[in-house]
Design a protein around this ligand. Structure first.
Ligand SMILES: NC(=O)c1ccc[n+]([C@@H]2O[C@H](COP(=O)([O-])OP(=O)(O)OC[C@H]3O[C@@H](n4cnc5c(N)ncnc54)[C@H](O)[C@@H]3O)[C@@H](O)[C@H]2O)c1
Length: 445
């Protein structure tokens, strides 16, 4: 590892400050044990890594997400230095090279993997190639950070998971919610009883955009619009749903055992093969459900991950929570509610005691003080301040220390298998159970 000799560029310490805060608070160690993947990137371990770093990083797939990671890496020079770039589509390789002119360029990823001066590799290619490149990366002895989801098929997921278990290399999946401070705080608040028993989950991601990119010539259609075709994409479930299903397995500590649902191409009938509308129910062994929906021809509902508790609701993506019986509701609001309730009680609509069961005026509380997010969920590249910077920084740090991050691969495995089960349920119109041969010891039902 090369010694860092740079002057002192800024390191973004937001997550570190947050972790430090957890450690300092009473019961901090207990809290940290609920999000064990953060123990590999504490502020103390970062200082150690910085004194040895930066890790030498290569990027395979320098399209939109790859270039987004480049921008983030350029903001963390103390832990990560981009030394190699690879893309088999010249315009995207050149665009990335313009951002990092000093990096070596490759058009074949196997050649990049032979590069001896590389500690870690980022894979930001289409889903269909994630498993092959990850397996080759681990065999080449490189640490690896792969974009979500893990793989296109369950068989590939099993192969990657076995290879990871047999390897001493670090592997990360870019499931950035695990490193987003407002999610981390919310996971802990839920686990310590803020909203009582979790009784259900309701997640959705709605957009109004066709997912298409302009294609310079027709033979590039399947390459550039890879998201639309089943040979390279598993559609809405892996592209969007994987993040949200993962949140549910983290919050409950359990994996749903079956799923049923429907999907279809409702609006964008343009030759695509993946559904543009999905609606599923994931079922846990104890009877709880996740209601999951995604649609890309109406954005009214935006993106939400609602964890429903007996005593309250956490909306993770917005960074707020609501209590069922909120004592902080101020007097005037209460009075208004009472007047409104009185009005409804006196409307003789369907009988004397009937009144519409409308959504209450719940008062939102911030999960982290003054930190909330209005998420349109429209971008195909990703959102700012969503944990992507922090998870990448944690990976670079792990490339230096060799320390694996707990649960990250396991959660990505569970989320990917669940998404693929969802697709199978929609394709076959049947209830799909977790296949026995896909179960790993990490999974609790
Ligand atoms: N975590 C997130 O929030 C998030 C957000 C956006 C995208 N992604 C993921 O990032 C990945 C890439 O998405 P994108 O939108 O950047 O796609 P993209 O099409 O813009 O970029 C993919 C790049 O990979 C290159 N490529 C394909 N096969 C290759 C190979 N064998 N060797 C070298 N290069 C190859 C393509 O030429 C292209 O430049 C996908 O897995 C996607 O799901 C994740």
């Amino acid at each position: 590892m090369t010694q860092n000799t740079k002057d002192t560029p800024e390191v973004d310490l937001s997550l570190r400050r947050f972790i430090k805060g957890l450690g300092a608070a009473a019961g901090g160690a207990v809290l940290l044990s609920q999000t064990p993947w953060l123990t590999s990137c504490t502020p103390e371990k970062l200082s150690e890594a910085v004194s040895e770093g930066p890790a030498r990083i290569g990027i395979i797939g320098t399209g939109s997400r790859g270039q987004y990671h480049i921008h983030n890496l350029l903001r963390m020079p103390l832990v990560g230095k981009i030394v190699a770039l690879c893309d088999d589509y010249a315009p995207n390789l050149e665009a990335a090279s313009a951002l990092v002119p000093s990096a070596r360029k490759y058009s074949d990823y196997r050649k990049l993997l032979e590069d001896k001066e590389l500690d870690g590799v980022i894979i930001a290619t289409p889903l269909g190639s994630h498993a092959r490149i990850t397996l080759d990366c681990l065999s080449a002895g490189k640490h690896c950070f792969c974009e979500k989801a893990m793989a296109l098929t369950m068989e590939e997921c099993k192969q990657v998971y076995s290879a990871y278990k047999a390897s001493d290399r670090v592997l990360f999946y870019c499931m950035q919610r695990m490193y987003d401070p407002k999610y981390v705080k919310a996971f802990q608040m839920i686990k310590t009883g803020l909203i009582g028993d979790v009784v259900g989950m309701r997640c959705h991601w709605f957009r109004n955009a066709d997912w298409r990119r302009p294609v310079p010539s027709p033979e590039l259609e399947r390459r550039i619009n890879w998201r639309l075709y089943r040979e390279s994409s598993a559609g809405l479930m892996t592209e969007l749903g994987s993040h949200q299903i993962e949140v549910c397995t983290i919050v409950t500590g359990l994996v749903p055992e079956s799923v049923a649902g429907f999907g279809g191409i409702v609006y964008w009938k343009d030759g695509r093969e993946v559904y543009d509308s999905v609606s599923l129910t994931y079922r846990f062994a104890d009877g709880r459900n996740i209601a999951y929906e995604s649609l890309i021809s109406n954005k009214f509902n935006g993106m939400e991950e609602q964890i429903l508790g007996k005593d309250g609701t956490v909306d993770l993506s917005k960074g707020v929570y609501y209590l069922e019986d909120d004592r902080s509701v101020y007097g005037v609001r209460r009075l208004l509610d009472q007047v409104k309730e009185g009005v409804f009680a006196s409307v003789p609509t369907a009988g004397p005691s009937w009144r519409p069961e409308l959504m209450g005026d719940h008062v939102p509380h911030y999960i982290l003080a003054n930190s909330t997010a209005k998420v349109s969920g429209e971008s195909m590249i990703g959102a700012d301040n969503d944990g992507s910077f922090e998870i990448l920084e944690a990976f670079c740090q792990s490339c230096i220390t060799g320390e694996k991050a707990a649960n990250v691969v396991e959660e990505a495995y569970c989320a990917t298998i669940l998404c693929l089960m969802g697709n199978e349920a929609m394709d076959t119109g049947s209830v799909v159970k977790m296949p026995e041969d896909c179960k790993i010891p990490y999974m609790k039902f």
